[in-house]
Design a protein. Sequence first.
Length: 308
Amino acid sequence: MEISLAGKVALVTGVGPNIGSGVALALARYGARVACNDVDETAVKACIARIERNRGEAMAAPGDVTAESAVQAYIGEILARWGRIDILVNNAALLGGRGVLDETAADFERAVRVTALGYFLNTKHVGRAMAERGIRGSIVCISSSNGWSGTAGIIAYAFHKGGVNNFVRAAAMDLAPYGIRVNGFTPTAPNPDNPELLAERARAGLGTGGVLTGGPGGIGGPAGDEPWRRPSRWAGQRPPMVPMGTTGTPTDIGHAVAWLCSDYARLITGTDLVVDGGARARNFAYAPAPAADLAGPLPLIGLDETEI
């Protein structure tokens, strides 16, 4: 089975240097022309450059996903240039945050707004563009393991990612009569593999790992030093807690999203695809093995040909 997205046009929102850039690159490497959206035009330019140096075709689609006029404008520009949109990947979101004892109303509302309005507006207007043109397209909404299970220290993120999961099911029902598929995709804390991002982390004195190699966090307030505070997050080494020893990279996510958007997945809609090394499947009593005792996954099939 050889996946090909040749002839298809994709829009990816939130093409920051980790997951968004990785998904955009994968869609391009599988043959799609990719419109790159982000509120940060520097991120858009970097994503386009990454796609083009890997022999793909891309265009800029900058704009705020929470502003309906901006969404309509960049969708209009994509249609004017390429005449169609076959694939939408809703990825724009705000990471991080605080726990329920410390999050502010303003930051909670802002985080929820980006995902809620961003996913809704892009799905609405891309869905209409597909339906009007008789395109039986694919819409993928990036969720998170935090949307399926309780996680301390990120109450707004957990709230809006949980909402993504039922948005997918409802939108899938709305768009099924048009042959448009809507699915969720759940990664968890992927390790960066974007060469520019890795170089940036190296300059900052950080390792190559992602969220999983960070220190403890999510204790609570501005300082977390009130006498009544109690720890709320596991502060030990996290990679061994993943059954396969790794949660993978944005390239792993990109391969799977590309397949989900291909014609081979023509009857898959209203569901969620999990790529996380088994992290979500494990029971609370799972006993992690030492890294040396894990075979690990097969070698990664790379997509970025840049020498690091």
